[in-house]
Design a protein around this ligand. Structure first.
Ligand code: SF4
Ligand code: SF4
Length: 186
């Protein structure tokens, strides 16, 4: 009887050690579903969803069941891709018109080189130095509009990206890599 109890206790200790080791050895860093959601988001880090970047929004979608239609730059394509990935119903857009893709342009005659826009851009798409003319790298600009408000002379304007044969893409699937925006004629 005592032998049986000792045998069971030894088995329990071995199994417990094995489980502990596997938990450590095969632990997944972060949340793989949140990784997939984050991969679908456009990485503009523009905070238009109300979260301080794409990753925090991805985490909230997975962990807190946050709505999947809060990504403004992603638009309907991202909503459909997230609904597909998460097996959720795609909320209707209630006729909301999707904003055309735009990039920012600085009016060189007005810019005073205060660097405020440069500090606000989440993707470093603005070049410039103090008291020098600033310029936008159109291929890096995501059109998030975060640089508009800080500009004291309101010399930054959003210009729609022209859809050309070179830039037109089949709109689905949504989570394909974004091609760089073509430069916009001033
Ligand atoms: S340049 Fe302006 S609009 Fe473009 S990504 Fe930077 S902050 Fe956003
Ligand atoms: S915030 Fe406006 S004025 Fe200041 S550097 Fe940028 S574009 Fe120029």
């Amino acid at each position: 009887m005592i032998l049986a109890i000792l045998a069971i206790a030894a088995l329990a200790v071995v199994m417990g050690a094995l489980l502990g080791y596997s938990a450590l050895r095969f632990r997944v860093e972060g949340n793989p579903i949140a990784d997939q959601v984050d991969a679908i988001l456009p990485q503009t880090q523009c905070a238009q969803c109300g979260y301080p970047g794409c990753r925090p929004y991805a985490e909230a979608v997975v962990k807190d069941d946050e709505a999947i239609n809060k990504c403004v730059p992603g638009g309907e394509a991202v909503v459909l891709a997230l609904a597909d990935l998460l097996g959720r119903d795609a909320p209707s857009s209630d006729g909301a018109v999707e904003k055309p893709k735009c990039v920012a342009v600085i009016d060189p005659n007005e810019c005073i080189g205060c660097t405020l826009c440069l500090q606000s851009c989440p993707v470093d798409a603005i070049m410039g130095a103090a008291k020098q003319l600033h310029g936008i790298i159109a291929s890096e600009c995501t059109g998030c509009e975060l640089c508009l408000k800080p500009c004291p002379v309101e010399c930054i304007h959003m210009k729609p990206v022209e859809t050309t044969v070179r830039t037109w893409k089949w709109p689905f699937p949504a989570n394909r890599p974004q091609a760089p925006a073509p430069s916009v004629a001033a």
